[in-house]
Design a protein around this ligand. Structure first.
Ligand code: C5P
Length: 251
């Protein structure tokens, strides 16, 4: 994969975890086009239906569809074909589903996108949810803690052809060192100093995420939990810009 260059506005994905079209539209208008992409996930889709992807695209945003695919390869591949028809720019898949599932899903995305004459959505592998820590993993029978587990899952996902990896900011540097630069790293678990962690256990500031090698920051409650959402987006984009430095910034 040749990693495409990102503009500043591509580097912050705003998470919209709400339960109705009305709330979605309100947030889309309140962040007023300051980022290129928003993330729609399970709550949004199951509450308001898959039509929200199209509604969001028609409002001028690219969609990161947090589908978190995980199933047998045949089912995952067929789901990926169906998703490609919706033309999101990024979709997510659980690396825990294994190599073959990721390969088959990537192939399905390529084939369907060719048929649609559209750009293939990037496929990002979710490693270990940022709400889990070493104790949770141990309880589930994983040895090696979250760092070892993230490293292993990311290796499998990249080997199987994933375009990017989702992990917490704390693991981004380790993945860069281990697997190089030619893949995207997207990090949820973004919090400002004054924010409550909520259910996130592995979180960090925007600066630390960028400095450790993250390309794309995925932030929800740090933005949508604020009265002035556009101001919060500007503030985080400013901090991302400072952390990148002028020489690495594309407007
Ligand atoms: O509100 P907050 O910034 O914590 O939102 C984080 C978002 O990122 C949630 O929508 C969650 O589903 C998603 N996510 C995560 N950890 C992962 C993958 C996705 O928190 N490893």
């Amino acid at each position: 994969m040749k990693k495409r260059k990102l503009r500043l506005r591509d580097r912050l994905v705003v998470v919209i975890d709400v339960d109705s079209k009305g709330r979605l539209l309100k947030i889309l208008s309140r962040i007023s086009g300051k980022v290129s992409t928003v993330k729609l996930g399970l709550e949004m889709i199951y509450s308001a239906g898959i039509g929200v992807v199209d509604i969001t695209k028609r409002s001028g945003y690219d969609v990161m569809l947090d589908a978190k695919i995980m199933d047998i390869p045949n089912t995952a591949g067929r789901a990926s074909s169906a998703i490609a028809k919706l033309k999101p720019s990024i979709i997510t898949i659980h690396a825990l589903g294994g190599r073959r599932m990721i390969e088959d899903s990537q192939r399905a995305l390529e084939e369907q996108s060719k048929k649609e004459l559209s750009i293939k959505p990037l496929l990002f592998g979710v490693t270990v949810l940022t709400s889990l820590d070493d104790r949770d993993l141990e309880e589930m029978g994983f040895s090696g803690g979250y760092i070892g587990t993230v490293k292993k899952l990311a290796g499998i996902a990249l080997d199987a052809g994933a375009d990017g990896i989702i992990c917490s900011p704390g693991e981004a540097g380790i993945l860069r060192k281990e697997y190089g630069e030619d893949f995207f790293i997207a990090t949820p678990g973004i919090r400002l100093e004054e924010d409550s962690p909520g259910d996130q256990k592995r979180f960090s500031t925007p600066e630390k995420a960028i400095q450790s090698g993250s390309d794309i920051l995925i932030a929800g409650r740090s933005i949508t939990g604020k009265e002035d959402m556009a101001g919060a987006v500007d503030f985080i984009l400013g901090r991302i810009g400072n952390a990148l430095g002028k020489e690495n910034m594309i407007w």
